[in-house]
Design a protein around this ligand. Structure first.
Ligand code: COA
Length: 611
């Protein structure tokens, strides 16, 4: 998973990058490396049998015919190099940011560890020993080509009003199967029998939205008792509740976005529709069962004793009902079968080798000191860009105009991207420049990377001229919002600092539907920054002590609700990523959003309907 990938790459240092802070950063990295090795139970990521299987499958597929490596290299090498040196005047701010990064990353690793344990030791034992099933992460190892998958929102579901639901009870992400990027949705049955909580529905719908927006095949590993009944009113009746998952399956199939499923546990009620709506499904003998009401309900209704196998086991659904298309005698066989199914999608495989590219000239580890603790600790955003772009090269657009927004082109692991990066308050000129640049990217079909660090809310205007300036800025920001909303290219947003107020919409926040949105652990997400207002909105005239204590409470509430972890628990983003890993994640997202170009799309406008 990318968290592990991040850690593996932390020790790397690009040439020519010297930093007195490196020993400290490296210590931090080593601590993480150990932590993640623990999380992965110290297991080797290699999966030789599967890899052999993969090789077999891939060898059968046609190769890409055209390579534009040489041309690409020539252009990338001619962009100007950014000066990424951290001047001594910035040193104390760098140090302050670094201390904050250490603290928030520590919290991040604690939360990840909690999420990785699913429903806890007893539930895992019940799942693996009594029910003889593989833990969900083991299943993913068998399904995917390798472990460098992009896990989505692993912290979703933690510390919600209805309790902790580790990983929202369902792992989602994007990984390669036979060289094809696929979205996976895998129930974790150690969390209350894989039943679906409201946050689990939201997580699955977001994964489906990603599949839809990026035209990615979806693989469902279904092991779910259906709705978590005590919360039924929050997950049954509304438009974006449970039923939407089945609706989306049909719509995506009609759009030629394949849906495949493995029945790898007890699939009851809602859990039974997911594989039945899929285009192709595999069921595992003595492990997978599928029914609308289980044996206890049959007993209650008819007085009849019936075993799960006889009511809805693998043989019944493969031989009698036809709800499943493939019978697998073991979990291993089931995932091998799904990998074979994926190889029949007739996609042209992506190149196995990464595109040739240069590393940044400055260490990505130093991003920890550039990740702003708060808006006042923000350093020039080009220092961050110099640690993200290939060769630290950047072809800036309108370098001397509207400088509180930095725009321009660069490459990330060989992929061209248009960058729109906050570098201060989004002024009138900056917003006009942003509008212009976003339209350029749209015209040229270049994906856009937003690095968001919005300013806290602007103070109320104190004069007529200030009010006029505000109106002008409003107009320019509105035009940039329209340009961002309508740009017909993939958009990736990374919140590197603040995500506050309307500027966050202009910078392609969640409601502007970027293809992906990730947060750095230091990020803050709220309508206003609690640390930057001295009076509660609407309470300026009050002078009583009671109001002061109310204001204090409001600030504390805002403070808690603004953290990156609070946001990620509620799925307001696609996950928290380590700053050092940002390049890798961006590169994966760019590859994922470009995959549809290699799809063979037939003109048939109907979903596949199970007969
Ligand atoms: N709603 C709420 N909680 C549920 C649940 C549901 N639909 N189904 C199971 N649970 C809970 C159990 O109470 C238990 O909680 P606990 O760990 O706090 O004791 C936990 O999930 C695990 O259930 P358990 O039955 O012990 O595990 P299992 O692996 O033997 O069986 C199921 C899992 C899902 C197959 C089984 O619990 C089942 O059939 N549940 C009923 C499913 C159902 O009728 N769904 C209808 C939804 S409309």
């Amino acid at each position: 998973m990318w968290n592990t990938v991040a850690l593996c790459s932390l020790g790397k240092r690009p040439p020519g990058a010297a930093s007195p802070l490196l020993p400290r950063l490296q210590t931090l990295n080593r601590v993480f490396e150990r932590k993640y090795q623990d999380l992965c139970h110290g297991k080797e990521p290699a999966r030789s049998l599967q890899n052999q299987g993969l090789k077999r499958t891939r060898d059968m597929l046609p190769c890409r015919l055209v390579s534009n490596k040489a041309k690409h290299k020539r252009y990338a090498k001619t962009y100007p190099v950014l000066d990424g040196r951290i001047l001594s005047v910035y040193r104390h701010v760098f140090e302050e940011n670094l201390r904050n990064s250490e603290a928030v990353i520590k919290r991040y690793s604690e939360l990840l560890e909690t999420a990785s344990k699913g429903g806890g030791e007893n539930a895992i034992l019940r799942h693996t020993q009594r029910n003889k099933k593989l833990f969900v992460r083991e299943r993913l190892k068998l399904l995917l080509d390798d472990e460098s998958f992009l896990e989505l929102s692993p912290l979703a579901g933690l510390d919600l009003p209805y309790g902790d639901v580790p990983a929202a009870g369902c792992l989602t992400g994007i990984g390669k199967i036979c060289g094809v990027w696929c979205v996976f949705m895998a129930n974790d049955a150690t969390v209350k029998g894989g039943t679906i909580y409201p946050i689990g529905v939201k997580k699955q719908l977001r994964a489906q939205e990603i599949a839809l927006q990026n035209r990615l095949c979806s693989v469902y590993l279904v092991d779910s008792g259906g709705a978590f009944l005590p919360l039924q009113s929050e997950l049954f009746p509304d438009k974006l509740h449970g039923g939407r998952v089945f609706y989306n399956e049909a719509i995506m199939s009609a759009m030629r976005i394949p849906q495949v499923a493995v029945v790898c546990g007890s699939c009851v009620a809602g859990g039974a529709y997911v594989p039945t709506m899929a285009e192709e499904a595999v069921i595992i003998d003595k492990i997978g069962t599928l029914f609308l009401a289980g044996p206890p309900l049959v007993k209650a209704a008819t007085g009849e004793d019936v075993s799960p196998e006889d009511l809805g086991g693998a043989k019944l659904h493969s031989q009698v009902s036809g709800c499943s298309d493939h019978f697998a005698s073991s979990e291993e066989e089931a995932y091998e079968c799904i990998r074979n199914v994926i190889s029949t999608l007739n996609y042209r495989p992506l190149p196995e080798e990464a595109m040739e590219h240069d590393s940044p000239l400055y260490s990505p580890d130093e991003l920890l000191g550039l990740a702003p603790r708060d808006y006042r600790c923000t350093l020039p955003v080009k220092l961050i860009l110099s640690r993200l772009m290939d060769g630290s090269r950047f072809q800036e657009f309108k370098a001397n105009y509207g400088t509180t927004l930095v725009t321009g082109f660069g490459h990330v692991e060989g992929c061209l991207v248009g960058v729109v990066a906050s570098n201060g308050e989004l002024s009138h000129d900056a917003a006009l420049k942003g509008s212009h640049f976003v339209q350029l990217c749209g015209q040229r079909g270049v994906p856009i990377l937003f690095l968001q660090n919005t300013a806290p809310q602007a103070p109320q205007p104190a004069s007529l001229s200030q009010a006029e300036a505000h109106s002008n800025r409003l107009k320019a920001q509105a035009s940039m919002m329209a340009a961002v909303a309508c740009a017909p290219v993939p958009k990736i947003t990374i919140v590197i600092g603040g995500c506050y107020g309307t500027e966050s919409y202009v910078m392609c926040g969640r409601s502007f539907s970027p293809n992906f949105l990730f947060l750095w652990p230091n990020a803050r997400v709220a309508l206003v920054d609690s640390r930057h207002f001295s009076a509660a909105p609407g309470a300026e005239d009050s002078d009583s002590a009671g109001d002061e204590s109310e204001l204090k409470q409001l600030k504390e509430k805002l403070e808690e609700e603004s953290s990156a972890f609070y946001s990620s628990a509620r799925l307001w983003d696609d996950g928290v990523i380590l700053p050092q890993n940002t390049r890798k994640v961006i590169a994966q997202c760019l590859e994922i959003t470009a995959q549809h170009k290699s799809q063979v799309v037939s003109p048939c406008p109907h979903p596949v309907i199970r007969m």
